[in-house]
Design a protein around this ligand. Sequence first.
Ligand SMILES: [Zn+2]
Length: 255
Amino acid sequence: MELTDTHCHLFLPEFDADRETVVDQALNAGVTRMFLPNVDSTTSARLLETANRWPDNCFPMMGLHPTSVNGEFENELAMVENHLNKGTFYAVGEIGLDLYWDKTWFEQQKEAFKIQLEWAHTHQLPVVIHVRNSFPETISLVQKSALAGLRGIFHCFTGSVNDAKMITDLGFILGIGGVSTFKNGGLDRVLPSIDPSFLVLETDSPYLAPVPYRGKRNEPQYITLIAQQVARIYGTTAERIAELTTNNAKQLFGV
Ligand SMILES: [Zn+2]
């Protein structure tokens, strides 16, 4: 069974003590592709180091995370742009809007998001979008950007059937993670109305570990648990879900 973790922050300090083991365990579990979204200028060197250590399995993205947007965001964006021009990246991410932690820089978040959507379009890369307490604002910015051919993932999707339809109508797909295993996560009621051809799997490691590891450090090998849960929801096998979602990821990221 070949699985893909479309969203894991393997380069963060949470993995410094045992990164080799974590990747080995992922590979042994069949998680042969791991996509790494950047956070900001403090993480990009470690992101590239991790991707260079496992060039066949770890694929870097470049972007500025919305919770790292502040008064300095223009300097941060210059760094992102420089990386995109120089290096090889598989997506622009993670980018988006976050109204959960802090609303102070919301105008700057919107500006940074718009600029990065345009860069993705210029570089012909998909985008990986972070949404927290900001779905209407985020979807409306993507709609308004009207960038022909722009594709990507709404990462850690936890919305309604209607939200999902708005996303897939735009040609975007949904990243399904550990929340699918949570008792009140709600995805068991939403997913049956969504064609699995619009899904990819993700862990968001080290965050949002699936049951029975909820609250602990998340790891890419737990994609197997998410595949099993999604399979249960659709009444099919984990093998089928692994194959489908890996194909969807291959199509989007081109690798
Ligand atoms: Zn993330």
